[in-house]
Design a protein around this ligand. Structure first.
Ligand SMILES: C[S@@+](CC[C@H](N)C(=O)[O-])C[C@H]1O[C@@H](n2cnc3c(N)ncnc32)[C@H](O)[C@@H]1O
Length: 340
């Protein structure tokens, strides 16, 4: 293997120094920068070794760890070459949640979970690998994940200025709802009292509470495991003054006409919860109603749900948007409804 000389740069100043050395074309870009806990090892072009040494950095010689220019998929395939039966069925797509990788795994890969998990962890530099076996299900929308490498299944997802901590094996996180989480952040809820009837770990509660100007957000969650993360996320995002987490079934929430806005971030049986939402909403308040519908009938269905609940003239559809595709010809929609 080719030998190169590395400058030992303390990690605390590495960002600035490496940018400077790069700008002066002193770094050997064909070798890889190494690191340990305290230093970055930056490969230096032979002509510049003296100059960098004069800058006061210790220089050490070592093997050039040549950059691997293959795609992760190619590296995974190369590592699994000994298992030709896996060639066409190993996952070629994955999702990162912090330093955890989630793969959708073909059931035929099951007997090889160990080697697949280890390979993905090595190639993708992940601490844990989980296989998504059957998607989410049940009242609590719980994921069906198998741990195939590592031990730690808790992670933090950073999104739009919010920290969402959760356990990937216990709680879902719908990456397809990113735009809607962003929209919650952009609403103007100055001084409002908001109820999130299906708060989960704080998917919508947290961005709304942090950025929209709401005075108070009551965040109700029935699953104790999700509730535990909701409480922790409220604290970690420093929102204790705004958000009041409530553990329990939202149908038992008390109060009449006190909420300016209600979030109904749930699908498929959402209409059953409309009477509770209407009881809590003040006249003129807004409901963000989520549900799944066939793409050719969503507007009629939304109107019929609210006409039945508040009468033909009792509400106004401010807008409807598609959140994501849900199944063939079925999408998840959110309707903004003003109730008079
Ligand atoms: C997972 S979230 C839905 C997705 C979420 N809005 C998003 O953007 O990813 C729905 C949450 O509602 C909770 N839930 C279901 N029924 C409930 C009820 N009757 N009362 C309170 N929470 C409920 C579930 O436990 C779950 O955490």
């Amino acid at each position: 293997m080719k030998r190169v000389v590395f400058a030992k740069i303390p990690s605390s100043e590495a960002g600035l120094v490496i940018r400077d050395l790069m700008g002066r074309e002193m770094v050997d870009i064909h070798a890889k920068i190494g690191k340990d806990q305290d230093f970055r090892y930056v490969p230096i072009m032979p002509d510049h070794i003296g100059t960098v040494s004069d800058m006061g950095y210790e220089m050490v010689e070592g093997d050039a760890y040549t950059l691997d220019r293959r795609s992760p998929q190619e590296r995974i395939a190369a590592k699994l070459e000994a298992y030709p039966e896996l060639r066409d069925i190993v996952p070629t797509r994955w999702e990162f949640v912090g330093d955890i990788v989630i793969v959708k795994m073909d059931p035929r890969c099951r007997p090889y979970s160990d080697i697949i998990g280890r390979t993905y962890a090595e190639v993708l530099d992940a601490k844990t690998v989980c296989a998504d076996v059957r998607g989410v299900s049940g009242e609590f929308r719980q994921p069906s994940m198998e741990l195939i490498h590592g031990t730690d299944t808790e992670s933090v997802r950073l999104e739009n200025g919010i920290r969402y901590g959760f356990d990937v094996t216990k709680v879902m996180f719908a990456s397809g709802n990113t735009d809607e989480r962003m929209r919650m952040r952009q609403l103007d809820c100055t001084g409002e009292t908001v109820v999130d009837m299906f708060a989960g770990i704080g998917y919508f509660t947290l961005p709304l509470a942090k950025f929209s100007g709401a005075r108070r957000v009551f965040a109700c969650e029935k699953n104790p495991e999700s509730y535990q993360f909701l409480v922790r996320n409220v604290r970690d995002n420093m929102l204790e003054d705004v958000v009041i987490p409530i553990l329990g079934d939202n149908r038992h929430l008390r109060g009449r006409g006190f909420a300016d806005r209600i979030l109904m971030g749930y699908v498929q049986t959402t209409s059953e919860f409309v009477p509770t939402a209407l009881r809590m909403l003040r006249p003129g308040g807004i409901i963000h109603y989520h549900d799944t519908f066939y793409v050719n009938e969503y507007e009629d269905r939304i109107r019929s749900i609210f006409s039945e609940a508040c009468g033909e003239d009792g509400y106004d559809v401010i807008g409807i948007r598609e959140v994501k595709s849900f199944a063939p010809a079925v999408s998840h929609y959110v309707a903004d409804i003003r109730v008079f």
